[in-house]
Design a protein around this ligand. Sequence first.
Ligand code: ZN
Length: 507
Amino acid sequence: MSKQNRTAIEPTRDQNYAEWYQQVIKAADMAENSDVRGCMVIKPWGYAIWENIQRALDIKFRETGHRNAYFPIFIPKSYFEKESEHVEGFAKECAVVTHSRLEDDASGGLKVAGELTEPLIVRPTSETIIGASFARWVNSYRDLPLLINQWANIVRWEMRTRLFLRTSEFLWQEGHTAHESFEEAMEESRKMLDVYADFAKDYLAIPVIKGEKTESERFPGAVNTFCIEAMMQDKKALQSGTSHFLGQNFAKASGIKFQNREGEIEYAWTSSWGVSTRLIGALIMAHSDDNGLVLPPKIAPSHLAVIPIYRNEEEKAHVLDYCKKVTDLFERTEWEGIRIYTEMDERDLTGSERNWYWIKKGIPLRIEIGPRDIASGSVMVARRDKDPREKQSVQLENLKDYCLSTLSEIQDIYYQRALAFREKNTVKIDSKDEFYAFYTAKNKNKPEIHGGFAHSHWCGDPACEEQIKADLKVTIRCIPFDKEIEEGHCIVCGKPSHERVIFAKSY
Ligand SMILES: [Zn+2]
């Protein structure tokens, strides 16, 4: 029997991945379902992760010249209708406000009243409402580029929801920019994809593949949609961020015109890009284990939990005093640009209960302090990336350095582990039979078990893409930027192909 035969999370990833995911969120106390179907309550531990995502990304947006602004949550229906592909793409998941007040009805209840002359759509994305402002703000090439970001909530009426991954209301940021030329708008869409990819790697410790979506997976109304795709521990892909080159489609729909350097009036070139609270779902599924949440230190709400251990009141005063010295060590400490936060856990629970509480929350380091440690001028440090029972004695004078360098080490270990997992589960496949076998469950009771990412040739025909989707629920995640031009044959129809694309099951 393995040395650890009981895990904090049941079921384990192997037993039931979907249920394991829900249990990790519950055990870490990150979020819960609300009484409003499909909408979540994000609790402090989950929200702090979102705030850390915001903080890090916001600095990058600012560094790349963007400014934050805020636009209305309601979009007049007529705005939406201006871009036909756009309205078609979102029509099936719109929440629509049609009335403005409640009135007493005859039976003592309330009825909706005050029908609006024009229905308002609760924003599923803001291209059209922001476009209306851009049309007013942009007159000349001197007003360009216009580089705006909005942090907001979004509503997309989803039928099947899952905390963080797919909810009817979610939080996100959406960048919207307008430019003088095709080249500049294209450069912007690619640049922001790089920002997302770097952020995923450096902060979330998630390796991602950058690429372009096929036509069928494109954002409604976009000319090109670029994406970053990550592999989760069940080998499915999760689209973790997108950036769209919108050409002049939305500028035409919203009337964003400017006088160019030659004195002629032309339409601006626009882009939009976004990431959402879905990233928290990616974070959970990329790193967490059967003992709960695993958090890369750079995104963790807190970094160290201090757990005092004592048997009586006399010991308690002495131990708490020493613990204070430990937390003081990290007061206003910065590590790699991140403020270090400590949690002092003196709740009336056993040491083991408090330890497991923090393991399940994914805190990177736990520091246990008892009378014996104090006598030797040391503390016991445990790492979330190691076996829960493994502890290391560290002298107080070395503690700060030890903890900070260990945080860097843990951050790197999580990234390397996720990268190795993706490499191990990525293959080149050239035969159709092999491809179908790769994505067909070996065990009928576990349909979720499948191969991973396949790099295979595709001729470019949407019909081939559609067939794979219908047969295997596998989609083309992206046409990767980083690829070799290589002659081959489409995995579906066998016609000539010039490049491999990335196939996977996905969220
Ligand atoms: Zn084909």
